[in-house]
Design a protein around this ligand. Structure first.
Ligand SMILES: C[S@@+](CC[C@H](N)C(=O)[O-])C[C@H]1O[C@@H](n2cnc3c(N)ncnc32)[C@H](O)[C@@H]1O
Length: 320
């Protein structure tokens, strides 16, 4: 025979066993509920044998209240599991979509690059001038090549890149391989040869800050050359001299034509940019046809140049 106290203890034990977390141990919430109901009937019957008739009602009410509570808990648990399942499903779909669009984006970029390979314009980084650089400068140059390559890959209208004078086992080659992930698989040409052995001389324009000609446009038929130099110790007119000796056309970015010096900033070499900054100007111009916008995109503020306002407004009007 079960005493009142035993019946109470039985209920308490049951309660302890099926606390909220414990519900989760029953794989199927329906079977858990059935188990609970069975237990509840047994408890009710046992209690009625020992309790006075009026206490039976009170006990049933108590059991009913508990049953309702448990039903709520089970229902909440069930809906939580359903939500969790939905969330996982959505996450899976989103992941697949993202992967898909990444793949599509990669394919589009590759197609644009290959188009530039056939139709131009071409941009070469001339590493034959990189001999006398310090270790630190070589690391900086490798980082600039990486930035330039990344920016070109993302560009709406990219150039076809070519790294010339890249000697096997040279410090710059080793630094590029060390610092730039996947360098040997970059979508560009790399060669030990010189640009002047690869292209017709009349198509080559050497970009140099010391040229007396301002670049006016980007012609897809031309091959533009950047000197693979980092000017920590300024090697003045090095590329200008070289282009002159080779009888090549030269051009500088039209900084003086569209920008003025902000009187407060002293920077005597402010027109000399890093190769990736020159590239940002070229790529923006090639996309927009707007020099002020292009110069704004590539000339860093610390160089101390600001756009000539009137010029900027006029050019903006013309390009829109
Ligand atoms: C850090 S600069 C080196 C400057 C160096 N004194 C020289 O003789 O070319 C690296 C390269 O970026 C390009 N560059 C930098 N500023 C330029 C500018 N304002 N106009 C045209 N090209 C520029 C040139 O091709 C240059 O060789």
């Amino acid at each position: 025979m079960t005493s009142h106290a035993e019946a109470e203890t039985g209920e308490r034990n049951f309660q302890a066993e099926v606390d909220v977390e414990g519900v989760g141990e029953y794989e199927d919430s329906e079977s858990f509920l059935r188990l609970f109901q069975q237990f509840q009937i047994e408890t009710e019957c046992n209690s009625s044998k020992v309790l006075p008739p009026d206490s039976k009602m009170c006990c049933s009410r108590n059991v009913l209240r508990k049953q309702r509570n448990w039903e709520k808990i089970v229902a909440a648990k069930k809906s939580k599991r359903k939500q969790e399942k939905e969330r996982r499903k959505i996450k899976h779909i989103e992941g697949t979509e993202q992967q898909h669009s990444k793949r599509v984006l990669k394919a589009i970029r590759k197609e644009r690059l290959l188009e530039a390979k056939h139709a131009g314009p071409r941009l070469c980084i001339d590493l034959s001038v990189s001999d006398h650089m310090t270790k630190k400068e070589i690391s900086k140059l490798a980082a600039q090549i990486r930035r330039l390559y990344g920016a070109n890959k993302r560009a709406a209208k990219p150039f076809w890149l070519c790294v010339t004078g890249l000697l096997a086992h040279s410090s710059i080659q080793e630094e590029c391989l060390r610092m730039n992930d996947g360098f040997s698989n970059y979508l560009m040409d790399t060669t030990q040869e010189h640009y002047f052995d690869l292209f017709p001389l009349e198509q080559i324009v050497y970009l140099t800050p010391d040229s007396e000609h301002a670049l006016e446009e980007i012609d897809p038929q031309k091959i533009y050359i950047l000197g693979g130099l980092v000017d920590e110790s300024i090697q003045k007119k090095l590329t200008l001299q070289k282009a002159y000796e080779q009888g090549l056309q030269t051009a500088r970015l039209p900084i003086q034509e569209y920008m003025i010096k902000d009187g407060n900033i002293k920077n005597f070499h402010s027109e000399i940019l890093a190769i990736n900054q020159v590239f940002d100007v070229l790529a923006t111009y090639y996309k927009t046809g707007n020099w002020p916008e292009a110069l704004k995109a590539g000339v860093p503020a610390r160089k101390g140049f600001v756009l000539q306002k009137q010029q900027y407004t006029e050019d903006k009007k013309m390009s829109s």
